[in-house]
Design a protein around this ligand. Structure first.
Ligand code: ACO
Length: 413
Protein backbone atom coordinates (compact mmCIF):
# COMPACT_ATOMS: atom_id res chain seq x y z
CA UNK A 1 0.00 0.00 0.00
CA UNK A 2 1.07 3.63 -0.54
CA UNK A 3 0.53 6.15 2.23
CA UNK A 4 -0.28 9.82 1.66
CA UNK A 5 3.37 10.80 2.20
CA UNK A 6 4.13 8.60 -0.83
CA UNK A 7 6.16 6.06 1.14
CA UNK A 8 5.25 2.46 0.41
CA UNK A 9 4.18 0.32 3.32
CA UNK A 10 4.22 -3.46 3.02
CA UNK A 11 2.07 -5.67 5.17
CA UNK A 12 3.88 -8.89 6.00
CA UNK A 13 4.66 -11.31 8.81
CA UNK A 14 7.14 -10.11 11.43
CA UNK A 15 10.04 -12.58 11.64
CA UNK A 16 11.55 -13.58 14.99
CA UNK A 17 14.61 -11.47 14.12
CA UNK A 18 12.44 -8.32 14.35
CA UNK A 19 10.90 -9.04 17.76
CA UNK A 20 13.05 -6.41 19.49
CA UNK A 21 11.86 -3.86 16.95
CA UNK A 22 8.26 -4.97 17.60
CA UNK A 23 8.70 -4.56 21.36
CA UNK A 24 10.25 -1.10 20.90
CA UNK A 25 7.35 -0.03 18.67
CA UNK A 26 4.85 -1.23 21.23
CA UNK A 27 6.60 0.58 24.14
CA UNK A 28 6.81 3.73 22.00
CA UNK A 29 3.10 3.91 21.18
CA UNK A 30 1.94 2.78 24.64
CA UNK A 31 4.34 5.18 26.39
CA UNK A 32 5.89 2.39 28.44
CA UNK A 33 9.29 2.22 30.11
CA UNK A 34 9.52 -1.57 30.33
CA UNK A 35 11.71 -3.42 32.81
CA UNK A 36 13.77 -6.36 31.62
CA UNK A 37 11.26 -8.68 33.32
CA UNK A 38 8.32 -7.09 31.51
CA UNK A 39 10.25 -7.22 28.23
CA UNK A 40 10.86 -10.95 28.67
CA UNK A 41 7.16 -11.49 29.42
CA UNK A 42 6.11 -9.54 26.31
CA UNK A 43 8.70 -11.28 24.13
CA UNK A 44 7.20 -14.65 25.10
CA UNK A 45 3.72 -13.46 24.13
CA UNK A 46 4.98 -12.20 20.76
CA UNK A 47 6.85 -15.44 20.13
CA UNK A 48 3.62 -17.38 20.71
CA UNK A 49 1.58 -15.10 18.42
CA UNK A 50 1.00 -14.70 14.70
CA UNK A 51 2.70 -11.32 14.06
CA UNK A 52 1.53 -8.96 11.33
CA UNK A 53 3.75 -6.00 10.52
CA UNK A 54 3.32 -2.85 8.43
CA UNK A 55 6.86 -2.19 7.15
CA UNK A 56 8.06 1.15 5.85
CA UNK A 57 11.24 -0.09 4.19
CA UNK A 58 12.81 -2.34 6.79
CA UNK A 59 11.31 -0.38 9.72
CA UNK A 60 8.14 -1.47 11.46
CA UNK A 61 5.55 1.32 11.32
CA UNK A 62 2.68 -0.80 12.61
CA UNK A 63 1.89 -4.22 14.01
CA UNK A 64 -0.75 -6.58 15.36
CA UNK A 65 -0.05 -9.75 17.36
CA UNK A 66 -2.70 -12.49 17.27
CA UNK A 67 -2.33 -14.93 20.16
CA UNK A 68 -4.18 -18.26 19.72
CA UNK A 69 -6.45 -19.24 22.57
CA UNK A 70 -9.72 -21.02 23.24
CA UNK A 71 -12.67 -19.04 24.59
CA UNK A 72 -15.83 -20.27 26.30
CA UNK A 73 -19.10 -19.43 24.54
CA UNK A 74 -22.56 -20.57 25.64
CA UNK A 75 -22.47 -24.37 25.54
CA UNK A 76 -19.10 -24.64 23.82
CA UNK A 77 -15.48 -23.52 23.49
CA UNK A 78 -14.14 -21.96 20.32
CA UNK A 79 -10.72 -21.21 18.83
CA UNK A 80 -10.01 -17.51 18.98
CA UNK A 81 -7.34 -15.01 17.91
CA UNK A 82 -6.64 -12.65 20.83
CA UNK A 83 -5.21 -9.41 19.46
CA UNK A 84 -2.55 -7.53 21.37
CA UNK A 85 0.32 -5.08 20.75
CA UNK A 86 -1.86 -3.23 18.22
CA UNK A 87 0.29 -0.24 17.34
CA UNK A 88 0.91 2.27 14.58
CA UNK A 89 3.73 4.77 15.03
CA UNK A 90 2.55 8.39 15.37
CA UNK A 91 4.23 9.45 12.09
CA UNK A 92 2.07 6.95 10.16
CA UNK A 93 -1.26 7.15 11.98
CA UNK A 94 -4.64 7.56 10.23
CA UNK A 95 -3.41 6.43 6.83
CA UNK A 96 -5.12 3.07 6.89
CA UNK A 97 -2.28 0.92 8.27
CA UNK A 98 -4.43 -0.66 10.96
CA UNK A 99 -7.18 -1.31 8.43
CA UNK A 100 -4.75 -3.00 6.03
CA UNK A 101 -3.28 -5.14 8.80
CA UNK A 102 -6.78 -6.30 9.75
CA UNK A 103 -7.17 -7.89 6.29
CA UNK A 104 -4.23 -10.12 7.25
CA UNK A 105 -5.81 -10.85 10.64
CA UNK A 106 -8.94 -12.23 8.94
CA UNK A 107 -6.84 -14.29 6.52
CA UNK A 108 -4.81 -15.68 9.44
CA UNK A 109 -7.97 -16.58 11.38
CA UNK A 110 -9.38 -18.43 8.34
CA UNK A 111 -6.11 -20.37 7.91
CA UNK A 112 -5.94 -21.25 11.62
CA UNK A 113 -9.67 -22.13 11.93
CA UNK A 114 -10.18 -19.33 14.46
CA UNK A 115 -13.91 -18.70 14.62
CA UNK A 116 -13.64 -15.72 16.97
CA UNK A 117 -11.28 -12.89 17.67
CA UNK A 118 -11.09 -11.01 20.96
CA UNK A 119 -9.16 -8.13 22.46
CA UNK A 120 -8.95 -5.70 25.34
CA UNK A 121 -9.34 -2.26 23.82
CA UNK A 122 -7.16 0.70 24.83
CA UNK A 123 -9.92 3.01 23.54
CA UNK A 124 -13.52 2.04 22.90
CA UNK A 125 -13.75 4.07 19.68
CA UNK A 126 -11.29 1.94 17.70
CA UNK A 127 -12.71 -1.53 17.13
CA UNK A 128 -16.45 -1.32 16.40
CA UNK A 129 -15.71 -0.50 12.75
CA UNK A 130 -13.83 -3.81 12.52
CA UNK A 131 -16.85 -5.77 13.81
CA UNK A 132 -15.89 -6.05 17.50
CA UNK A 133 -18.28 -5.39 20.36
CA UNK A 134 -17.83 -5.43 24.10
CA UNK A 135 -19.02 -8.83 25.30
CA UNK A 136 -20.02 -7.42 28.67
CA UNK A 137 -19.04 -4.89 31.27
CA UNK A 138 -16.56 -5.39 34.06
CA UNK A 139 -17.00 -3.70 37.40
CA UNK A 140 -14.49 -2.40 39.88
CA UNK A 141 -15.80 -3.45 43.29
CA UNK A 142 -14.49 -1.95 46.52
CA UNK A 143 -15.25 -3.25 49.99
CA UNK A 144 -14.80 -1.04 53.03
CA UNK A 145 -13.11 -3.69 55.19
CA UNK A 146 -12.32 -1.35 58.09
CA UNK A 147 -15.37 -3.06 59.66
CA UNK A 148 -16.54 -6.71 59.42
CA UNK A 149 -18.13 -7.58 56.07
CA UNK A 150 -21.90 -7.74 56.55
CA UNK A 151 -23.49 -10.43 54.37
CA UNK A 152 -27.07 -11.67 54.14
CA UNK A 153 -26.16 -15.38 54.29
CA UNK A 154 -23.91 -17.50 56.49
CA UNK A 155 -20.50 -18.31 54.99
CA UNK A 156 -19.42 -21.86 54.16
CA UNK A 157 -17.68 -23.40 57.17
CA UNK A 158 -15.15 -25.53 55.30
CA UNK A 159 -11.56 -24.61 56.25
CA UNK A 160 -9.60 -22.02 54.32
CA UNK A 161 -5.92 -22.63 53.61
CA UNK A 162 -3.16 -20.66 51.96
CA UNK A 163 -1.34 -22.70 49.33
CA UNK A 164 1.93 -22.20 47.49
CA UNK A 165 0.96 -20.24 44.33
CA UNK A 166 3.04 -22.69 42.30
CA UNK A 167 0.50 -25.37 43.32
CA UNK A 168 -2.49 -23.29 42.16
CA UNK A 169 -2.60 -24.66 38.58
CA UNK A 170 -2.91 -28.21 39.95
CA UNK A 171 -5.34 -27.36 42.78
CA UNK A 172 -7.42 -24.44 41.50
CA UNK A 173 -7.00 -25.21 37.78
CA UNK A 174 -9.45 -28.15 37.64
CA UNK A 175 -12.00 -26.07 39.59
CA UNK A 176 -11.63 -23.20 37.10
CA UNK A 177 -12.01 -25.66 34.19
CA UNK A 178 -15.13 -27.21 35.69
CA UNK A 179 -16.71 -23.76 36.06
CA UNK A 180 -15.54 -22.41 32.70
CA UNK A 181 -18.87 -23.06 31.03
CA UNK A 182 -20.75 -20.89 33.56
CA UNK A 183 -19.80 -17.74 31.72
CA UNK A 184 -18.99 -16.95 28.11
CA UNK A 185 -15.72 -15.14 27.46
CA UNK A 186 -13.44 -17.23 29.64
CA UNK A 187 -10.04 -18.40 28.47
CA UNK A 188 -9.18 -22.11 28.54
CA UNK A 189 -5.97 -22.14 30.58
CA UNK A 190 -3.00 -24.45 30.73
CA UNK A 191 -0.35 -24.40 33.45
CA UNK A 192 1.79 -21.89 31.54
CA UNK A 193 -1.18 -19.50 31.29
CA UNK A 194 -1.81 -19.77 35.04
CA UNK A 195 1.83 -19.09 35.85
CA UNK A 196 2.26 -16.21 33.41
CA UNK A 197 -1.10 -14.45 33.34
CA UNK A 198 -2.83 -15.29 36.61
CA UNK A 199 -0.02 -15.77 39.11
CA UNK A 200 2.70 -13.74 37.34
CA UNK A 201 5.31 -16.24 38.50
CA UNK A 202 7.44 -16.19 35.37
CA UNK A 203 8.87 -12.74 35.10
CA UNK A 204 6.35 -9.90 35.18
CA UNK A 205 6.96 -7.09 37.65
CA UNK A 206 5.46 -8.06 40.97
CA UNK A 207 5.69 -4.76 42.80
CA UNK A 208 3.23 -2.45 41.03
CA UNK A 209 1.55 0.04 43.38
CA UNK A 210 3.42 -1.53 46.27
CA UNK A 211 1.41 -4.76 46.24
CA UNK A 212 3.27 -7.89 47.30
CA UNK A 213 3.47 -11.27 45.56
CA UNK A 214 0.38 -13.31 44.65
CA UNK A 215 -1.30 -15.29 47.43
CA UNK A 216 -3.74 -18.12 46.84
CA UNK A 217 -6.37 -19.17 49.38
CA UNK A 218 -8.40 -22.34 48.83
CA UNK A 219 -11.68 -23.36 50.45
CA UNK A 220 -11.75 -27.02 51.55
CA UNK A 221 -9.48 -29.30 53.56
CA UNK A 222 -6.55 -31.08 51.89
CA UNK A 223 -7.78 -34.16 50.03
CA UNK A 224 -11.35 -32.81 49.85
CA UNK A 225 -12.90 -31.23 46.75
CA UNK A 226 -12.03 -27.54 46.32
CA UNK A 227 -15.05 -25.35 47.10
CA UNK A 228 -13.51 -22.20 45.70
CA UNK A 229 -10.35 -20.11 45.72
CA UNK A 230 -9.08 -16.56 45.53
CA UNK A 231 -5.88 -15.18 44.02
CA UNK A 232 -4.94 -11.87 45.62
CA UNK A 233 -2.14 -9.55 46.65
CA UNK A 234 -1.82 -7.27 49.65
CA UNK A 235 -0.28 -3.93 50.54
CA UNK A 236 0.28 -2.89 54.16
CA UNK A 237 -0.60 0.54 55.56
CA UNK A 238 1.69 3.46 54.66
CA UNK A 239 0.66 6.78 53.20
CA UNK A 240 -2.68 5.14 52.43
CA UNK A 241 -4.50 2.39 54.38
CA UNK A 242 -3.57 -1.23 53.67
CA UNK A 243 -5.42 -2.92 50.80
CA UNK A 244 -6.20 -6.31 49.25
CA UNK A 245 -6.22 -6.58 45.45
CA UNK A 246 -8.27 -9.52 44.16
CA UNK A 247 -7.11 -11.02 40.88
CA UNK A 248 -9.66 -13.81 40.82
CA UNK A 249 -12.31 -15.36 43.07
CA UNK A 250 -14.25 -18.47 42.10
CA UNK A 251 -16.68 -20.40 44.30
CA UNK A 252 -19.06 -23.33 44.01
CA UNK A 253 -22.05 -21.47 45.45
CA UNK A 254 -23.21 -18.57 47.56
CA UNK A 255 -21.88 -19.81 50.96
CA UNK A 256 -18.43 -20.44 49.44
CA UNK A 257 -18.53 -16.98 47.83
CA UNK A 258 -19.41 -15.49 51.22
CA UNK A 259 -16.56 -17.37 52.94
CA UNK A 260 -13.92 -16.18 50.48
CA UNK A 261 -14.98 -12.51 50.45
CA UNK A 262 -15.29 -12.54 54.26
CA UNK A 263 -11.76 -13.91 54.53
CA UNK A 264 -10.35 -11.25 52.17
CA UNK A 265 -12.18 -8.52 54.11
CA UNK A 266 -10.79 -9.72 57.44
CA UNK A 267 -7.04 -9.61 56.71
CA UNK A 268 -5.33 -7.56 59.43
CA UNK A 269 -3.64 -4.23 58.57
CA UNK A 270 -5.87 -3.75 55.52
CA UNK A 271 -8.96 -1.54 55.25
CA UNK A 272 -10.05 -1.98 51.61
CA UNK A 273 -10.63 -4.93 49.29
CA UNK A 274 -10.52 -4.11 45.60
CA UNK A 275 -11.82 -6.38 42.86
CA UNK A 276 -10.95 -4.41 39.73
CA UNK A 277 -12.34 -6.77 37.09
CA UNK A 278 -15.50 -8.37 38.48
CA UNK A 279 -18.52 -9.38 36.37
CA UNK A 280 -21.45 -6.97 36.36
CA UNK A 281 -23.62 -9.66 37.99
CA UNK A 282 -21.12 -10.56 40.72
CA UNK A 283 -23.17 -12.35 43.44
CA UNK A 284 -21.36 -10.31 46.11
CA UNK A 285 -23.45 -7.32 45.04
CA UNK A 286 -26.57 -9.25 46.07
CA UNK A 287 -25.06 -10.97 49.12
CA UNK A 288 -23.97 -7.76 50.82
CA UNK A 289 -26.18 -6.55 53.65
CA UNK A 290 -24.89 -3.02 53.10
CA UNK A 291 -24.38 -1.64 49.58
CA UNK A 292 -22.57 1.31 51.14
CA UNK A 293 -19.91 -1.16 52.28
CA UNK A 294 -19.62 -2.93 48.89
CA UNK A 295 -19.56 -0.34 46.15
CA UNK A 296 -19.16 -0.47 42.37
CA UNK A 297 -16.69 2.34 41.75
CA UNK A 298 -16.34 1.87 37.98
CA UNK A 299 -18.02 0.07 35.08
CA UNK A 300 -16.33 -0.29 31.72
CA UNK A 301 -16.39 -2.47 28.60
CA UNK A 302 -14.66 -5.79 29.26
CA UNK A 303 -13.51 -8.25 26.63
CA UNK A 304 -14.33 -7.29 23.02
CA UNK A 305 -15.23 -10.09 20.64
CA UNK A 306 -15.66 -10.48 16.87
CA UNK A 307 -17.45 -13.30 15.05
CA UNK A 308 -14.89 -13.98 12.31
CA UNK A 309 -16.81 -17.00 10.98
CA UNK A 310 -20.44 -16.24 11.76
CA UNK A 311 -21.81 -19.59 10.61
CA UNK A 312 -19.32 -21.56 12.75
CA UNK A 313 -19.91 -19.30 15.76
CA UNK A 314 -23.72 -19.50 15.61
CA UNK A 315 -23.92 -23.24 14.99
CA UNK A 316 -21.43 -23.99 17.81
CA UNK A 317 -23.26 -22.23 20.64
CA UNK A 318 -26.21 -23.54 22.63
CA UNK A 319 -29.68 -21.98 22.43
CA UNK A 320 -32.04 -21.45 25.33
CA UNK A 321 -35.26 -21.41 23.26
CA UNK A 322 -36.36 -22.21 19.71
CA UNK A 323 -36.03 -19.46 17.11
CA UNK A 324 -36.64 -19.32 13.35
CA UNK A 325 -35.82 -15.96 11.75
CA UNK A 326 -34.25 -14.43 8.65
CA UNK A 327 -31.36 -12.07 9.42
CA UNK A 328 -29.90 -9.59 6.95
CA UNK A 329 -26.31 -9.36 8.19
CA UNK A 330 -23.86 -6.62 7.23
CA UNK A 331 -20.12 -7.17 7.45
CA UNK A 332 -17.92 -4.87 5.37
CA UNK A 333 -14.62 -6.16 6.82
CA UNK A 334 -15.34 -9.88 6.28
CA UNK A 335 -17.80 -9.92 3.33
CA UNK A 336 -18.08 -13.74 3.40
CA UNK A 337 -20.29 -13.31 6.47
CA UNK A 338 -22.64 -10.80 4.86
CA UNK A 339 -26.03 -11.59 3.33
CA UNK A 340 -29.48 -12.85 4.21
CA UNK A 341 -29.58 -16.05 6.27
CA UNK A 342 -32.23 -18.14 7.96
CA UNK A 343 -31.31 -18.92 11.56
CA UNK A 344 -33.11 -21.99 12.82
CA UNK A 345 -32.00 -22.80 16.34
CA UNK A 346 -33.14 -24.38 19.54
CA UNK A 347 -32.01 -26.66 22.33
CA UNK A 348 -31.42 -29.49 19.79
CA UNK A 349 -29.08 -27.55 17.47
CA UNK A 350 -29.01 -24.85 14.85
CA UNK A 351 -28.49 -24.02 11.19
CA UNK A 352 -27.54 -20.83 9.32
CA UNK A 353 -28.45 -21.05 5.65
CA UNK A 354 -28.51 -18.45 2.85
CA UNK A 355 -32.00 -17.41 1.79
CA UNK A 356 -33.83 -14.96 -0.51
CA UNK A 357 -36.73 -14.60 1.91
CA UNK A 358 -37.56 -11.23 3.47
CA UNK A 359 -35.53 -10.35 6.54
CA UNK A 360 -37.03 -10.20 10.04
CA UNK A 361 -34.01 -8.24 11.33
CA UNK A 362 -31.24 -6.21 9.70
CA UNK A 363 -28.08 -5.78 11.71
CA UNK A 364 -24.33 -5.30 11.53
CA UNK A 365 -21.96 -8.06 12.62
CA UNK A 366 -20.82 -5.92 15.58
CA UNK A 367 -24.37 -5.93 16.96
CA UNK A 368 -24.50 -9.71 16.55
CA UNK A 369 -21.17 -9.94 18.41
CA UNK A 370 -22.58 -7.86 21.28
CA UNK A 371 -25.55 -10.25 21.68
CA UNK A 372 -23.81 -13.55 20.86
CA UNK A 373 -22.36 -14.32 24.34
CA UNK A 374 -25.62 -13.37 26.05
CA UNK A 375 -24.68 -10.04 27.63
CA UNK A 376 -26.58 -7.55 25.46
CA UNK A 377 -30.25 -7.62 24.50
CA UNK A 378 -31.08 -7.23 20.85
CA UNK A 379 -34.36 -5.53 21.80
CA UNK A 380 -32.30 -2.76 23.41
CA UNK A 381 -30.26 -2.36 20.22
CA UNK A 382 -33.52 -2.07 18.25
CA UNK A 383 -34.64 0.61 20.71
CA UNK A 384 -31.28 2.39 20.24
CA UNK A 385 -31.79 2.40 16.46
CA UNK A 386 -28.78 0.13 15.82
CA UNK A 387 -30.78 -2.91 14.66
CA UNK A 388 -33.82 -2.73 12.35
CA UNK A 389 -36.74 -4.96 13.26
CA UNK A 390 -38.93 -5.67 10.23
CA UNK A 391 -41.12 -8.26 11.97
CA UNK A 392 -42.53 -7.14 15.34
CA UNK A 393 -41.30 -9.41 18.16
CA UNK A 394 -38.32 -10.78 16.16
CA UNK A 395 -35.72 -9.21 18.48
CA UNK A 396 -37.52 -10.48 21.58
CA UNK A 397 -37.67 -13.98 20.15
CA UNK A 398 -33.93 -13.97 19.30
CA UNK A 399 -33.16 -12.59 22.77
CA UNK A 400 -35.00 -15.54 24.36
CA UNK A 401 -32.93 -17.96 22.27
CA UNK A 402 -29.62 -16.23 23.06
CA UNK A 403 -30.30 -15.93 26.81
CA UNK A 404 -27.73 -17.24 29.29
CA UNK A 405 -27.92 -17.66 33.04
CA UNK A 406 -24.83 -15.53 33.79
CA UNK A 407 -23.46 -12.50 32.00
CA UNK A 408 -20.34 -13.02 29.92
CA UNK A 409 -17.11 -12.02 31.64
CA UNK A 410 -13.49 -12.85 31.16
CA UNK A 411 -11.20 -13.80 34.01
CA UNK A 412 -8.28 -12.15 32.23
CA UNK A 413 -7.05 -8.60 31.78
C1 ACO B 1 -5.85 -4.83 21.46
C2 ACO B 1 -4.92 -3.65 21.60
O1 ACO B 1 -3.74 -3.80 21.49
S1 ACO B 1 -5.59 -2.16 21.98
C3 ACO B 1 -4.33 -0.97 21.63
C4 ACO B 1 -4.59 -0.10 20.43
N1 ACO B 1 -3.39 0.73 20.25
C5 ACO B 1 -3.22 1.94 20.82
O2 ACO B 1 -4.08 2.49 21.50
C6 ACO B 1 -1.84 2.56 20.62
C7 ACO B 1 -1.91 4.00 20.08
N2 ACO B 1 -2.65 4.10 18.84
C8 ACO B 1 -2.21 3.55 17.68
O3 ACO B 1 -1.19 2.86 17.62
C9 ACO B 1 -3.02 3.81 16.42
O4 ACO B 1 -3.61 5.08 16.51
C10 ACO B 1 -4.14 2.76 16.15
C11 ACO B 1 -3.50 1.37 16.04
C12 ACO B 1 -5.17 2.74 17.26
C13 ACO B 1 -4.87 3.13 14.83
O5 ACO B 1 -4.01 2.93 13.73
P1 ACO B 1 -4.21 3.73 12.34
O6 ACO B 1 -3.30 3.13 11.34
O7 ACO B 1 -4.09 5.19 12.62
O8 ACO B 1 -5.71 3.37 12.00
P2 ACO B 1 -6.37 3.52 10.53
O9 ACO B 1 -5.73 4.66 9.81
O10 ACO B 1 -6.41 2.22 9.83
O11 ACO B 1 -7.83 3.95 10.99
C14 ACO B 1 -9.00 3.31 10.55
C15 ACO B 1 -10.18 4.09 11.04
O12 ACO B 1 -10.24 4.02 12.47
C16 ACO B 1 -10.26 5.34 13.02
N3 ACO B 1 -9.45 5.31 14.25
C17 ACO B 1 -8.22 4.77 14.38
N4 ACO B 1 -7.78 4.92 15.64
C18 ACO B 1 -8.77 5.57 16.31
C19 ACO B 1 -8.89 6.02 17.64
N5 ACO B 1 -7.90 5.85 18.55
N6 ACO B 1 -10.05 6.63 18.00
C20 ACO B 1 -11.03 6.84 17.08
N7 ACO B 1 -10.95 6.43 15.79
C21 ACO B 1 -9.82 5.81 15.42
C22 ACO B 1 -9.63 6.22 11.96
O13 ACO B 1 -10.01 7.56 12.09
C23 ACO B 1 -10.15 5.58 10.70
O14 ACO B 1 -11.49 6.00 10.48
P3 ACO B 1 -12.07 6.25 9.01
O15 ACO B 1 -11.98 4.90 8.33
O16 ACO B 1 -13.45 6.70 9.24
O17 ACO B 1 -11.17 7.26 8.39
Amino acid sequence: MTTDSCTTVNIRAIPEADIDQALDLSYLVFHVKASEKARRHDRDILLGSARIGAYDGDRLAGQIAAYPLTLSVPGSRLPCAALDFVSVVATHRRRGLLTSMFDEVWRGCADAGQVLSCLWASESAIYGRFGYASAGETCRIEIDSSRPLALRIAPDTRPLRLIDPADAPALAGPFYDAHLAHRAGRVVRDEAWWRKHVLHLDGEDDDDEGFGPPRVVVLGAPGEPVGGYAVYRTRGPGESPGAVLVRELEADGAPATAALWSYLASIDLTATVRGPFRPADDPLLLLTADRDQVRVTRREPGLWIRLVDVRAALTARSWAAPVDLVLDLRDTAVPANAGRFRLTAGPDGSSWTPTDEAADLTLDVRELAACYPGGTRLAHLVYAGLVTEHTPGAARSLDAALATEWLPATGEY
